[in-house]
Design a protein around this ligand. Sequence first.
Ligand SMILES: NC(=O)c1ccc[n+]([C@@H]2O[C@H](COP(=O)([O-])OP(=O)(O)OC[C@H]3O[C@@H](n4cnc5c(N)ncnc54)[C@H](OP(=O)(O)O)[C@@H]3O)[C@@H](O)[C@H]2O)c1
Length: 318
Amino acid sequence: MFPNTVLLIGGSGFVGSHVASLLAERNVRMVVPTRRRDRAKHLILLPMVDVVDADVHDPVQLARLMHGVDAVVNCVGILHSRSGQPWGRDFERAHVALPRAVAAAAQAAGVRRVVHVSALGAADNAPSGYLRSKAAGETAVRASGVDWTVFRPSLIYGNGQCFLRLFASLLKKFPVMPLAGADTRYQPVSVRDVARCIVHALGSEEAIGQTYSLCGPRVYTMRELVKMTGRAIGSERCVIGLPGPLAQLQALALELAPGPTLMSRDNLRSMQVDSVCEAGCSLPFGFAPAILDNEIADCLVDFRPTDRFELARSRAHR
Ligand SMILES: NC(=O)c1ccc[n+]([C@@H]2O[C@H](COP(=O)([O-])OP(=O)(O)OC[C@H]3O[C@@H](n4cnc5c(N)ncnc54)[C@H](OP(=O)(O)O)[C@@H]3O)[C@@H](O)[C@H]2O)c1
C-alpha cells in the first residue's frame, strides 16, 4: 500500500526535491526536516509539504519526526569530509551514524518502510572514504529490521543542476582542460528517473529488501562527458588527462583552496573505480531511462552563447 505520509530526510536537496514533487503529485503528505529553512523554501510552495527546522542527528528530534509517518526516505549525502580512517568524521556522521539512527528510530516508532539512497560503487573495500562510508550506511539500514530498499545511483543530472555545470564554468574560463580521472567510466542517470524509482519503491512489496543500481542507458568516460559539455555550450576545448601524481596535486590544491570545496583527494580515489552498472542493468521496475545526450542542453542552458558575437566566437572555437 502506498504511504499517506512520508518523512523525507534530505528533501531540500537535488534528489529530495524531485522526490517531493512526485509525492506531491500523488497527494502524499510530507515532513521535510532541514538544517536551514531558506534552502528548502522552494518546497514550502508544494501542497502537502511541512518543512520543519530540525536536527536529525538529535535522537529526541528524530523520534518526534517519526510521529504519524508511514515511511521514511533518506536522501542525505555529502561529497567532502575531513580526512580520517576508515573514513572522515563528516562521512561517519552523514553516511553511517545518520542512516543507522534513522532506521533505528523508524523501527522504534513502528514505521516499517525505509528507502535509503546510497551511491553506485559503495563497498567495504572501495578506494575512497565516501564509498566505504556509503557501504557502512547501507549495512546499518539492512541490519535494522525495517522493510528497507537501497538505491545506488551513478552520477545524477537534470533540471539545471548537474555535475557538468562545474566543467562548463571551467571550460568557459580556460583554453585547455586538465582532467583527473579522464578515463573513469560513468553511466549518468536523470534525477527524474532516480526520483520515480524511489517513489515507486515506496508502494512496492517487491522492492522490500532489495538493492537497486540506478544508471542511465549509456556509458561515458569523464573525458567524453567534458567534451560533450564543451560542445553543448559552444566552448570546445582540448582535454588533457592528468597522470596520477599530477591529478593528486590538482586534487590537493582544490581541496586546500579557499571557498567551497570543488574536489578532494577522496573524490579522486572514488574515481579509481568505474561508476557503471552491471551488464545490461539500467533502471528497475521496467522504467525506460532518459538519455543524457538528449537532456544535456537543458542542464547547461544558462551557459550557452546568447549574443551573435559570442555565437560567432564559439563557432570559430575561440
Ligand atoms: N548527485 C549525485 O550525482 C549523486 C550520485 C550518487 C549518489 N548520490 C546520493 O544521492 C543522495 C542525494 O544527493 P543530492 O545530490 O540530492 O545531494 P544534495 O543536493 O547535496 O542534498 C543533500 C541533502 O542532505 C542534507 N544534508 C547534507 N548533509 C547533512 C548532514 N550532515 N546532516 C543532515 N542533513 C544533511 C541537506 O539538507 P539541509 O542542508 O537542508 O539540511 C540536503 O537536503 C545522497 O545520498 C548522495 O550521496 C548523489
